[in-house]
Design a protein around this ligand. Structure first.
Ligand code: CP
Length: 317
């Protein structure tokens, strides 16, 4: 693949290849070994049109560990604030010739559009609207595989604001491709219509939805995408859908708890569950974020160098 725009176009073999490479990077990172020079001589531009803590910083760390020149484009101080369109931003970037472009944007499809307009550059989607957040799903998959020893035939509950979540969408696509059983648990107002067509079981009650599951993945209420629609009260929401010890008691005794962050304690998850090192793998998810982003950029850079090599030889690419 020339870009990483979503999980949808990926084959299970490609997912496994990426996770295997990420696993080796995770081990190197744990041992404090250098990442290598897979991105030496390449320029990585991070362009975030929405706030981010984990994704932006881990892409930056990943790029630096692999030897890239990393530039964070400060959107707040850029000409985007003066009304520059996405297409004009793409043309400006083309002239600067970045090798890797990491983009987060509030509009679904904006990252695909940039990828079409940019030449000779690998584009990575760091989250676009409600559409996809592929590296989040990949780091979640690596975290599950390391905790459970496999990434197939698991029962996985994704709970909370599924309707507005690109994390849920990418995870559903990935976990489905890897042949897991997916249970979606949310109030009817936060469940997208037709979601059962993805092969998921749908529940509106936490006790039923969490019954015997191996993985509990919690999502935050994404108020910024609720467009003035129904917004539940936090107290009521926590009572019915917030993960606490009582609700977690319905999952398998060795079930792991995940959350992509940012987390709202006391809304979708009880703080003691989030901090329980015997159940929560939330910090491991952040750690795997660096390794997965190293692997994704390494593989894209290999593809980019091969394409450029063929072009230099005059072959059609
Ligand atoms: N999970 C995630 O995308 O977090 P950030 O918004 O902090 O990048």
């Amino acid at each position: 693949q020339p870009h990483l725009l979503g999980i949808e176009p990926l084959h299970p073999v490609e997912i496994t290849t990426l996770l295997d490479l990420a696993d080796t990077y995770a081990e190197r990172n744990r041992k404090g070994l250098p990442g290598g020079d897979a991105l030496r001589g390449l320029t990585q531009v991070n362009m975030f049109f929405e706030p981010s803590t984990r994704t932006q910083s881990s892409f930056e760390i990943a790029g630096k560990k692999l030897g890239a020149e990393v530039m964070n484009m400060g959107i707040a101080a850029s000409s985007v604030k003066k009304g520059e369109t996405l297409i004009d931003t793409a043309l400006t970037l083309n002239a600067m010739r970045p090798d890797l472009l990491v983009v987060r944007h509030p509009m679904s499809g904006a990252v695909d559009l940039l990828a079409q307009k940019l030449q000779n550059c690998a584009v990575l989607n760091a989250g676009d609207g409600r559409h996809e957040h592929p590296t989040q799903a990949l780091l979640d998959a690596l975290t599950i595989r390391r905790a459970k020893g496999r990434l197939h035939r698991l029962s996985i509950a994704i709970c909370g604001d599924i309707a507005h979540s690109r994390v849920a969408r990418s995870n559903i696509l990935l976990l489905h491709k890897m042949e897991n059983r997916i249970r979606l648990v949310a109030p009817p107002t936060l469940m997208p219509p037709g979601i059962d067509a993805f092969g998921c079981e749908v529940f509106h009650d936490m006790e039923e939805g969490l019954q015997g599951v191996d993985v509990v993945m919690m999502l935050r209420l994404q108020r910024e995408r609720m467009d003035g629609g129904f917004v539940p009260s936090e107290r009521e929401y926590f009572h019915r859908y917030g993960l606490d010890a009582e609700k977690l008691g319905h999952a398998a005794p060795d079930a792991i708890v995940m959350h992509p962050g940012p987390m709202n304690r006391g809304v979708e998850i009880d703080g003691t569950i989030a901090d329980d090192i015997n159940r929560s793998v939330i910090q491991t998810q952040v750690e795997m974020g660096v390794a997965v982003r190293m692997a994704a950029m390494d593989l894209l850079a290999q593809n980019l160098r091969a394409t450029r090599g063929r072009a230099a030889l005059g072959e059609e690419v």
